[in-house]
Design a protein around this ligand. Structure first.
Ligand code: CUA
Length: 359
């Protein structure tokens, strides 16, 4: 009977262990730390692998030794209630297990320190992008241009890009694991890292420092374009938004202005009323919408702005305009996040018509 109970216990332990291990598996893992997509991430990867092997071997040896001692010297079956022979002190062993870890740490420190210096060195002629984290989205501005965008950081593939990271409110952390490690976004401070993507593509990232209610809804998409496509993208971003011509879109612009959307959302262009002082907010308190439709995601890269065929994902954008806090938790006061606007369905249609012109 006890034997059967023992077997059941082992099975249960095995089952729990398996479940824990299997939860780490995913078929589609766009934010996989172990799949470097650029030289900086590759540098980190080249350090992780050997250190993981060393740590893994040490871990296995320790677990094996503990299991061996537990089984061999357990009370009961083999030794009844006898007290095992008591030993105190074994200078050889003690010196050994003090020195050995010190040697392992010293050996591991050599490549670690070298990688730290590698990653800290800033390529002198690289393009730079300023990154500003805030509750709960990312702003990207391109120095030397008037380009300010959000949520999608667009870079040329195959070139190093220095990102200068800061925050407008609390501490966030910028992390696109395919392109480099993470870097905190600290208000009043700027920290730089270099990112580079080997190939064009979209690389997922996220805020990795708890920053309040919607921390889990603060994603990043790094979009690497072929150099020619990047130049084309940049040229388009530098243009101002044209004043809308259609009746619906014009009505939408009137809603935008009448509602004071420009208090937080900047749009560079004609006919837009920016009211930066209407509510006590920092400038750029919400994503710049000048070229909203050039992006595939919105609201902290949480929602798809486009359908797979590239057309507007109208129901989702309408739902956002109808009741944004229902889609993404935000503080109702204090201007962190977009409050519910109480718009009529007609106003929502008109706003969508206007926003659709911001290509
Ligand atoms: Cu921003 Cu967490």
């Amino acid at each position: 009977m006890p034997r059967r109970r023992d077997a059941r216990r082992w099975l249960l332990a095995l089952g729990v262990g398996l479940v824990l291990v299997l939860t780490a598996c995913a078929e589609d893992a766009p934010q996989d730390t172990l799949q470097p997509k650029g030289p900086e991430a590759q540098t980190i990867h080249n350090l992780i692998v050997p250190i993981f092997v060393v740590a893994g071997v040490v871990g296995l040896l320790v677990f094996a030794a503990v299991a061996f001692v537990m089984v061999k010297y357990r009370a009961g079956k083999f030794h009844a209630a006898e007290v095992p022979e008591q030993v105190h002190g074994n200078p050889k062993l003690e010196i050994g297990w003090t020195i050995l870890p010190a040697i392992i740490m010293a050996v591991i420190a050599v490549p670690t320190v070298s990688v730290i210096f590698d990653l800290a060195s800033k390529p002198s002629d690289a393009m730079e992008i300023n990154v500003v984290g805030q509750q709960w989205w990312w702003e990207f501005d391109y120095p030397g241009t008037n380009v300010v965008t959000a949520n999608e950081i667009v870079i040329p593939a195959g070139e190093p890009v220095v990102v200068n990271i800061t925050s407008r409110d609390v501490i966030h952390s910028f992390w696109v694991p395919g392109l480099n490690g993470k870097k905190d976004a600290v208000p009043g401070r700027t920290s730089s890292i270099t990112i580079q993507a080997d190939e064009p593509g979209r690389f997922m990232g996220a805020c990795t420092e708890y920053c309040g209610l919607s921390h889990a809804n603060m994603r990043i998409v790094a979009v690497a374009l072929a150099p020619d496509d990047f130049e084309e993208w940049l040229a388009n971003q530098e243009t101002a938004a044209a004043e809308p011509t259609g009746a619906d879109a014009q009505a939408g612009l009137a809603v935008f202005n009448g509602r004071g959307c420009g208090a937080c959302h900047m749009i560079n262009g004609e006919g837009i009323t920016q009211q930066p002082q209407a509510v006590p907010l920092v400038p750029g308190a919400a994503p710049n919408l000048t070229h909203l439709m050039s992006r595939d995601v919105f609201a902290g890269a949480m929602f798809a702005l486009k359908n797979p065929d590239g057309t507007l994902n109208r129901p989702l954008l309408e739902a956002w305009l109808r009741n944004s806090p229902a889609m993404k938790p935000m503080y109702p006061v204090g201007g962190r996040g977009m409050p519910a606007q109480g718009l009529t369905e007609q106003q929502i249609d008109e706003l969508v018509a206007y926003l659709s012109t911001l290509k």
